[in-house]
Write a protein that binds this ligand. Sequence first.
Ligand code: SF4
Length: 210
Amino acid sequence: MNPATDITTETEHITVLLPAGRLPLAIMDEVHQLTVRYGLEVYLTTLQNLRLLNVPKTATTEIRARLAALGAEFKAPGRFPIPRACVGGPHCNLGLIDTKAVSARILARFADRGHTKAKLKLALSGCILSCSGTRTSDIGIVATRNGYDVYAGGKGGPAPKIGRRIKKEVTEAEMLAAIETLIDFHDRKTGTKQRMAKLLGDPDFPFAEV
Ligand code: SF4
């Protein structure tokens, strides 16, 4: 049998979501045990999640169940995107907000959303240096000294784009409302998947540049 074929047909990967890039110790401990037992690799993704590579398909159900029992949640189609967050305050001396706490409040606000269409990414940074790529994400939230700036339509990839600032120095409630408007708009205008950048030129785009 072709070894390459063997790898793709006999193994897969599992992505464990890590809000604000935090890895709970119980999950870390279990991942360590599973990695040793099954000869897995651990990859830390660019979206700050933890991906187990080379998972034998015969073990997927058991591995997911063991991690789920510890509270792990997994990447899946339609899930509201977890913001990629810089470490923020109080761990970075430039941090103006506790990014972990703000990320949790964003997730709590949108946790019950039924389905978010694919390709939408969120990023959150604790100051204007944007270490988490807030200006190159579909929705970027940047803490400033006077409130939040919100960016839309940034992207990386082969044709990178800087997001358009659509809210300047707003309150957290206004920031959350802007996220909701953007996601609702993306949902209305998207079939199955689309980057927000493609929607900036839509005549119905709900925000002007500020
Ligand atoms: S964006 Fe600002 S607060 Fe966040 S890690 Fe970078 S310098 Fe620190």
